[in-house]
Design a binder for this molecule. Sequence first.
Ligand SMILES: C[S@@+](CC[C@H](N)C(=O)[O-])C[C@H]1O[C@@H](n2cnc3c(N)ncnc32)[C@H](O)[C@@H]1O
Length: 297
Amino acid sequence: MSRQPLRPALLEATAQLAAAGVHSPRNDAEEIAAHLLDCERTRLGLVPLIEPTVLEAYRKMIDQRAKRIPLQYITGTAPMGEIDLEVGPGVFVPRPETELLLCWALGFLESGCQHPPVVLDLCTGSGALALAIAHARPDAVVHAVELDKRALTWARRNADLREADGDTPVTIYEGDVTDPSLLPELDGKVDVIVANPPYIPAGVALEPEVAEHDPAMALFAGPEGLDVITPMIANVSRWLRVGGGIAIEHDDSNGAKVAELLGGAGEFAAIAEHPDLAGKPRFVVAVREPARATVRG
Ligand SMILES: C[S@@+](CC[C@H](N)C(=O)[O-])C[C@H]1O[C@@H](n2cnc3c(N)ncnc32)[C@H](O)[C@@H]1O
């Protein structure tokens, strides 16, 4: 069989993905082709003919995507900041909305943290936030915590790859971010904490890519979506140095509630709610202030 033109294959794939209910069929058809051909998506027009074996492989990958397997599990990578993470079954796929939380944390570090700054990523999953910060700030001492053993395997693999590429190593711990005895050695020492914990209220209907592939432990957190965030905040108070910052991602129904939880802890100032790229409430930030003295009556 002779070499085939790429364009009809792209059009056919886009139509197949659209019929399967994929939200961005053209984007995904092109991303998969670019991955397979190892070229920039914007340069696909310069690849007029492809080998029959490549076309066959392409169609197999499109069939997978049509079964609503996440695009990132098929290409094997997802971006965060300036880096790409390896992802696959067993780990949460980092999302574009978390990029804004990352930007906030990097800006906070830039605007007046001690050097070298100490950073803690709670619920690290693939290692996305921890490794993106370590890449952007080679002077930072970055720690990351994850409970799920399968996710930890991905985080450690990504950490090894980033280190081999020259990034500053990060320290990854297996642990529960709600455990009051977790990491006492970091008490009062952390400059910035980033947290993208599970936060979806139980029972919320999700797209097949999420419901059938992201680990349930990465998604759901009790009836209101606050079962991890609420107990985690007491630990955040403990770990942050005075003047240190926290950013917590949350369900779009919970912006005011997370701000209220931080306010209720009595140890945070400059509490502010932030939207995501779609304008939905997505993360809350705050700064650790000195513990208030108890006034005796
Ligand atoms: C929404 S994912 C976020 C992953 C990563 N931070 C990101 O932005 O791509 C939440 C992660 O928290 C982990 N997790 C859930 N409960 C946890 C807990 N109590 N302690 C530590 N990690 C937890 C899950 O296994 C999952 O990897």
